[in-house]
Ligand binder design. Sequence first.
Ligand code: EPU
Length: 430
Amino acid sequence: MERFVATGGCQLVGGVDVPGAKNSVLKLMAASLLACGRTTLRSVPDILDVNVMADVLRALGASVERDVAEGSLSIDVPERPTAAADSDLVRRIRASVVVLGPLVARCGEARVALPGGDAIGARALDMHVSGLAKLGAVVDVESGILVARSSGRLQGASIWLDFPSVGATENLLMAGVLAKGTTVIDNAAREPEIADLCAMLVSMGARLDGAGTSTLVIEGVDELRPTTHDTVADRIVAGTFAIGALMTGGDVLVRGGRADHLEIVLDKLTTAGATVDTRPDGFRVRAERPPRSIDVVTLPYPGFPTDLLPQTIALEAVSEGVSLITENVFDSRFVFCRELSKLGADLRTDGHHVVVRRSDRLVGTHVAASDVRAGAGLVLAGLVAEGITSVSEVHHIDRGYAAFAEQLRLLGADIRREPRGGPDARRDDR
Ligand code: EPU
């Protein structure tokens, strides 16, 4: 197991490039299953989850070639993909559940293991299941495998989601584009990654309206064609560097970052003391003074993203004043607080709230990432803590951040990646 070892006290200064979004590209990869032939994706981030999803597609019969230097991925989908996804692979990433919709739409059957993913809550699938049932599929769980069957073509239907679930919206959208007739998804998720998926589906020949709004209206078509598509920039990676700039008293140009996808985040960072300039090539975040506390409530887009919650709690741990943070999307995201407390953060959790008071100082120690965003939050905290912080379980960070340590080092951070048992292993005596 590798880990990151950071020495605190740096300022992040310089420019960083934002890759395509993890939470988009994994769904775009699934969408390629909707058409026979070769689809090409560009701006593909060099992250672990893309490798796992590529293996999921290979096990379904697709041939997947990756050009890491070019950031492209070519997916050649056969006339008849296999309907059963590899269970071991699917359990490794939650996003893989979005092969369910495309497979049942194209093959009339899909067998997908109940997925894995981050340890951040129960993460039910009831809206995926009830939505597919509305489209005419029969969905059962057989020995831990979700099995969806449709005797003929799926039938368009009106679906009202109880909550604007990202994954359910994506699955039902991808099922609806090949269903017969009109499908309406109301209370749909509005994340930029969903709009990106809609854009790709339209370029494949899908007929749909309402991308980026809470009502998606889809006219099913008989078949789709493969396409070439650029992945939308990763707003969570961009937001992580923006928070890092403010936390460290730095000045970072987030190249390729979409300020329009981070409006509430950049507004909050401005309130906290950052100066944010939007530019044609991205946006720049400068810390003009030490950060002041802000209150944050996470909500589905366009609300404050839950995927920036740990990084924000880390920021609040060094901000002047008292902050109230409320998490409304996942029920276990605060497991991160236990690790951050080991660095000396003053945190008090109560249900889905956490009160953060500025600590006199954070002091480096050994901590462990429990999910991709918790890992990023701990690394940012390590950049401002006194002494050395080591963050283990970095495979979580690798799932969503391409070359995170290298990127931070280019901005001036003192951080390296080392194998467990490396030079600082004696500090890690847990
Ligand atoms: N939910 C249900 N029933 C369902 C579906 C969802 O109760 O049928 C609940 C979940 O349990 C959760 C909430 O609804 O409490 C939100 O879940 P949602 O379906 O919106 O999230 P997701 O599709 O599982 C994606 C991202 C997450 C991101 C959320 C919210 C991917 C692969 N994952 O998850 O990303 O936090 O949307 O924006 O796209 C991350 O990247 O670190 C990450 C966790």
